[in-house]
Write a protein that binds this ligand. Structure first.
Ligand SMILES: Nc1ncnc2c1ncn2[C@@H]1O[C@H](COP(=O)(O)OP(=O)(O)O)[C@@H](O)[C@H]1O
Ligand SMILES: [Mg+2]
Length: 332
């Protein structure tokens, strides 16, 4: 049984008097023990997907439709009170920027303890022990000292470890990590990713790992969903996506990883033309990526691409995949 099933999910933001979909009919599932990566350039809707699952939107400016099924219930139907019992306890979230997610005025130990007060029956001394246990589990060298420090006293890498400790504090079944290492330098990034992977294996949790870094995906994930302009444009196992990408957007993303194509003669990094359209400027019909590639079939401008099933869980949303147009594109 899936840990999480996202069905036909839409999240629209109000801009002026109109609503625009940042998440546009996304269907995805997360299996137990699985790391599902969500990739795509900035502005594709990755964070909006995560915050919708966590129920973190203000209903005055945001509308969500569809289903987020966890434990036989649609999380979109739950009240704020019901959702707050699921957050942290059942679904933990790690945000990109720990400094803006941690309370600057409260000591680290106290902040981790708060989740334990709310979600567990542990008494004060058991909670203190658990805080120290969590801080050492995430590789903080002097956990007692760290528990007594304020966020600004820690380095970026240590703060991110604290965020992970908080997300793990109640042993959630699902962890959503939104660009957990983007703000960190490369060596610390690798340590944090190793740590996440180790802890996931120990806890048997499912992870939704959001990143724009395909190097991270290759290292960590089992499956990959590629998002473009609020839609899943390709999904498959890591080997399907890396060895046999079908969508020109996926191919472009792969081409822009340094050293990915070992046979490439050029040292220049590939850069995808253009940029992700803003919500107001999204194409209403046809392929949303069409304007960023030179050669596509004429139908791509008219028909809305649907997800084609390529077998073994590999799907691509493209009107003209496998046609000669892609080969002309130079992305192939
Ligand atoms: N609160 C908001 N109000 C209006 N538009 C938003 C809001 N948050 C995000 N957006 C827009 O939604 C789109 C998706 O954003 P986001 O989910 O942050 O993308 P990503 O995480 O992939 O970078 C972008 O066009 C962004 O400008
Ligand atoms: Mg984001």
């Amino acid at each position: 049984m899936s840990l999480l099933e996202i069905k036909n999910l839409e999240t629209a933001f109000r801009i002026g008097d109109e609503y625009f979909n940042a998440v546009d009919h996304i269907t995805l599932d997360l299996q137990p023990n699985e790391v599902l990566a969500i990739v795509g350039e900035s502005g594709c809707g990755k964070s909006t997907l995560a915050t919708t699952v966590m129920g973190l939107h203000n209903e005055n400016f945001t509308k969500s439709k569809g289903e987020v099924i966890y434990n036989n219930q649609n999380l979109l139907d739950l009240s704020e009170g019901e959702m707050s019992r699921i957050r942290t306890k059942e679904i933990g979230m790690i945000f990109q920027d720990p400094l803006s997610s941690l309370n600057p005025l409260q000591k680290i130990g106290r902040q981790i303890e708060e989740a334990l007060v709310y979600h567990t029956d542990l008494n004060k001394s058991e909670r203190d022990d658990r805080v120290i246990e969590l801080l050492s589990q995430v590789g903080i060298p002097y956990p007692e000292r760290c528990a007594n420090q304020y966020p600004h006293e820690l380095s970026g890498g240590m703060r991110q470890r604290v965020m992970i400790a908080m997300a793990l504090s109640c042993k959630p079944n699902i962890i959503i990590a939104d660009e957990p290492t983007t703000a960190l330098d490369v060596t610390i990034q690798a340590q944090i990713l190793d740590l996440l992977k180790e802890l996931q294996a120990e806890m048997e949790a499912g992870i939704i790992l959001i990143t724009h870094d395909l190097g991270v995906v290759a290292e960590m994930a089992d499956r990959v969903a590629v998002l473009y302009a609020g839609q899943v444009i390709e999904i498959g196992s890591v080997s399907q996506i890396f060895k046999n990408p079908q969508h020109p957007y996926t191919k472009s993303l792969l081409k822009s990883i340094p050293n990915f194509q070992e046979d490439s003669e050029s040292d220049d990094l590939y850069v995808i033309d253009g940029m992700v359209p803003s919500l107001k400027n999204l194409k209403r019909t046809g392929c949303r990526f069409a304007e960023r590639i030179r050669w596509i079939s004429p139908e791509a401008h008219e028909a809305d691409p649907v997800l084609h099933d390529l077998g073994d869980g590999h799907q691509v949303r493209c009107t003209c995949y496998q046609t000669f147009y892609f080969k002309e594109d130079g992305v192939q």
